[in-house]
Design a protein around this ligand. Sequence first.
Ligand SMILES: [Zn+2]
Length: 254
Amino acid sequence: MEKARISISIDDGKKNFLSVADKLIKLNIPATLNIVPGAIDKSKKVEVETFSKEELVDLYKTGIFEIANHSNLHTNLEEDIIEGRRKLVEWLNLDKNAPLGFASPGSEIKIKKALESEKRLREMGVLYLRTHDEGGKEEYKRLDELYNKTKNPEYYVKKESNAFYSKGDFAISSLVAYKGVNDLEEILLLTDHAVKEKKGLTIMFHNFAKPNEELYSNVWTFGSDRFYKFIEYIDNYRQQGKLDILTSKDGLER
Ligand SMILES: [Zn+2]
């Protein structure tokens, strides 16, 4: 029977992910890690430390994480997308022709453009493209105001309807999880909707930190305490047979 599917998509390959990785491994919760290879081999300077190459290989070897490309230098330039994939293929010892998922840095490539460029992107070894696309700005703003005023979940679900995907899609949009805006309450709300409607849902994360850590105040940080509540929540649905937790690649393919 068709059931809901949820994909956790984590950007930039930051070292702080390692603080929550063990819990994901223990609960067998797959996730997609979108890697900036140039930050790992120090071709690019970054503010928040990334995994080392060895840590990346170890994560890959657990078998539960999909390693996807976030471009060599975190740009959307063709040569950068190609080079990012080339490095990942080499480091992870992948099949030279294996296409990889691509998370568009800054979500600059929107769904429409991705679909228009699908042929070229596939030639560049892109298996699928993940972005964040709010659709019509006006409508998004209107629904956002309505939700904030009424806290009616229906407005929120409608506002974030692009975060739902279907099997076989090439370009997918994801909800960007961050403090105060798309926080635990909202993520659970979308999850409930995905379960009810048997839809696919992608949620994007960046940093993880505990409340006492400096990084916690960063707008891109999701509290690890809240993240654990989220994964326990989806694990519970999974145990009831109502939801599959899949990498983006598997969510689109299986
Ligand atoms: Zn990024």
